[in-house]
Design a binder for this molecule. Structure first.
Ligand code: UDP
Ligand code: MG
Length: 313
């Protein structure tokens, strides 16, 4: 019998967890699901509420439930890596704990997996309730990122997907601490297929993402998957130098031929400010990469586990 692991990162999900668990139980009662052995692996990502107590009691009452308690909040990306390290299934389905990813879709994914696909991702047909601006900015982000990076990032595709054991092993090899898993999924390749689903709304609790966090996450995506901003800095430098050179010739000719006294304190100020701005921008871009390298060179563990299925690590 093939084993399917469901990987669920949880951060402050005490309200959603019981509903999530019910949905998982319903899933495994489906006729098609009876052909598989199931594991539900919950990663408690340093929740401040009763999430861990709920997980402990679920584990005690149901042998299919496993959990890992991280030593603090490491973020969803790192929590997912922890999950990849501990899953035991022949394939793994990643889902959010808030039921925005309907567990039943896993069955469609499994049939694709049986057809031989190794990475079956779920594509959102609709996006559920979300602020208008966030939706627009997200679309813009994918456009920009795809222009800049070598791997193709898919739009309207999140972390909800089924991964074959092979993909999980590949992802485990990538221990970068600044993780952008959505990009890594594309980077590893393998045979991909998709299923469509309607994203629901959060059943309970609050989303932990605000606009600023999303913006920082988006920059992380660009910086870790593309060196285009660095090239942009080079081209911008060349362009500005060229324009400055032409302007210099223009001023020289004007002075020599027409004898114009060179006036223009405001022009001078504008040019100085513009150049100053561009220089700072370019240094900033380089700084982003240096910061990323600084974080990576420390080679710190990406997460720390305090407790695994009731045993302290
Ligand atoms: N999550 C996590 N660590 C975090 C933030 C979120 O493990 O630091 C989990 C969260 O419990 C949920 C999933 O990641 O299962 C998606 O989070 P959320 O629903 O807040 O994000 P959204 O759906 O709004 O993108
Ligand atoms: Mg959510």
């Amino acid at each position: 019998m093939k084993k399917v692991s469901i990987l669920i990162p949880c951060f402050n999900e005490q309200e959603s967890l019981p509903l999530m668990y019910d949905a998982l139980c319903n899933l495994t009662k489906e006729p098609h699901a009876l052909e598989y052995e199931w594991e539900f692996l919950f990663i408690n990502d340093g929740s401040k509420d009763r999430t861990i107590d709920i997980l402990r009691s679920l584990h005690n009452s149901d042998s299919r439930v496993n959990y890992i308690d991280l030593s603090r909040n490491f973020g969803k990306e790192n929590a997912m890596l922890a999950g990849f390290d501990y899953v035991t299934g022949d394939c793994t389905v990643i889902m959010d704990a808030d039921l925005q990813h309907p567990p039943i879709v896993a069955l469609d994914m499994l049939s694709k997996w049986e057809e031989g696909y190794e990475d079956v991702y779920a594509k959102r047909r609709t996006r559920g309730k979300e602020p208008w601006l966030r939706k627009k900015l997200s679309l813009l982000f994918y456009k920009v990122l795809n222009k800049m990076s070598q791997v193709e990032m898919l739009q309207n595709v999140g972390d909800f997907r089924l991964l074959d054991r092979r993909c999980v092993e590949a992802l485990r090899k990538m221990r970068e601490s600044e993780r952008y898993t959505k990009g890594l999924f594309c980077w590893i390749g393998y045979k991909k297929a998709y299923v469509e689903f309607d994203s629901g709304d959060r059943v309970a609790g609050e989303t932990s993402w605000n606009m600023w966090k999303l913006f920082k996450f988006a920059t992380k995506g660009v910086i870790s998957f593309s060196t285009s901003p660095l090239h942009l800095a080079t081209w911008l430098g060349l362009l500005v130098s060229a324009v400055a050179f032409i302007y210099m010739l223009f001023v020289l000719v004007k002075t020599i031929i027409f004898g114009d006294p060179v006036a223009g304190f405001p022009t001078l100020l504008c040019v100085i400010l513009l150049l100053g701005g561009i220089q700072l921008l370019c240094i900033g871009i380089i700084g982003e990469y240096v910061a990323l390298m600084f974080n990576e060179t420390k080679k710190r563990p990406v997460y720390l586990v305090r407790e695994h299925n009731g045993e302290l690590e």
